[in-house]
Design a protein around this ligand. Structure first.
Ligand code: FE
Length: 350
């Protein structure tokens, strides 16, 4: 009897220990689905684990792949945090109910209202964590000052067969075109897109860095690129990259009107997150000055948190320190995307 009691006590103790261990294991993990494709982010994740002991398990995919995966997994999804790199995709995921709104005064205090989802009674669905400008880059030897100081001018017939740009359906372009639709109206935007197609020096292919290199190589005179790709080349030690940068000039478009189009990378807690506290803690960490500085220095993005100053020589050099950026509601850019895709199909923008 006694022995049996002892045995059952031990068993109960072991079971309790196992439960405690599994609770502890749960307490110390965070599952992230990330569309951030930047090797420099490793340090960002590593620092969080070092500070908190929370182990990060990461799944990397692009924005569309992550959203498809979340839809397919439903309530069984292990995802706790979602990191996306496009404003309209963040908006789409919110509308589709893939995020769990949260309340965090640290995040609300750090991140300006226009760079996060509109708060509901439940909380805020996503938070912008960094911004990137969509720029015009040009070949200096074939350029006259002021040739194209606006996005509109990229459709000017004088650039016939001289424009390099990635696919129109890429989120960076869909968001730019969604913003243009808001500024110009659909009819003028479609005419503008038709002008871009007429000006293409080649069929859209490759990423933004490929467009910059094509301009340096003389295949095109002008191209469109996100700021961090250019900054990466500017900070590169490679002689080939230095030679590219040597030939390139940059324009922050639309300074005299609505400002340069800015896209955001942002984060959210997944709708079916199991480690909600860790997820909130991670997002708060990403808005902290040290993580924000990492966005600026590691991946050459502009920090979003209030009071974090920019400490990045390439971004300072290309922008001259300050510039006018577009202020437009992310929801509008998102809502325009279906319209934009239809326009792209009509004008034959691949
Ligand atoms: Fe990118």
């Amino acid at each position: 009897m006694n022995r049996r009691k002892t045995f059952s006590n031990i068993l109960a103790g072991l079971t309790g220990l196992a439960l405690a261990c599994s609770a502890l294991a749960q307490d110390k993990v965070l599952n992230i689905y990330s569309a951030r494709h930047y090797p420099t982010d490793e340090a960002l994740y590593g620092d969080f684990t070092k500070a908190t002991g929370i182990q990060i398990r990461r799944v990397d995919a692009d924005d569309a792949g992550i959203l498809a995966r979340l839809r397919a997994e439903g309530t069984a999804s292990p995802a706790d945090v979602i990191l996306l790199v496009d404003a309209a995709r963040l908006w789409r995921a919110e509308v589709d109910g893939l995020f769990r709104p949260i309340k965090s005064s640290a995040l609300e205090n750090a991140i300006p209202a226009q760079l996060r989802a509109k708060a509901s009674a439940e909380g805020t669905a996503w938070f912008g964590l960094s911004t990137r400008a969509r720029l015009i880059v040009f070949n200096k030897s074939r350029w006259n000052a002021g040739d194209a100081d606006t996005y509109e001018k990229l459709a000017d017939p004088k650039f016939k067969a001289q424009l390099c740009i990635r696919s129109g359906s890429h989120p960076y372009n869909l968001s730019l075109f969604g913003a243009m639709t808001e500024h110009l109206g659909p009819a003028k935007t479609e005419a503008w897109l038709k002008g871009l197609v007429a000006n293409m020096g080649r069929s859209p292919k490759g990423g933004d860095t490929d467009q910059i290199k094509a301009v340096a190589a003389g295949e095109c005179t002008v191209a469109v690129s996100n700021s961090y790709y250019l900054a990466r080349l500017m900070r590169s030690d490679s002689a080939a990259d230095k030679a590219v940068v040597e030939k390139i000039g940059v324009v922050f478009p639309n300074q005299a009107s609505w400002g340069t189009h800015m896209n955001i990378a942002g984060g959210a807690v997944a709708r079916h997150a199991k480690n909600v506290d860790n997820a909130v803690r991670f997002l708060e960490y990403l808005a902290s000055p040290s993580a924000q500085n990492h966005f600026a220095n590691g991946n050459n993005e502009w920090p979003v948190a209030k009071g974090v100053s920019l400490d990045n020589p390439a971004l300072k050099a290309m922008s001259g320190g300050s510039f006018k950026s577009e202020l437009i509601a992310t929801s509008i850019v998102g809502m325009n995307q279906v319209k934009v895709q239809q326009m792209l199909d009509r004008v034959g923008f691949k």
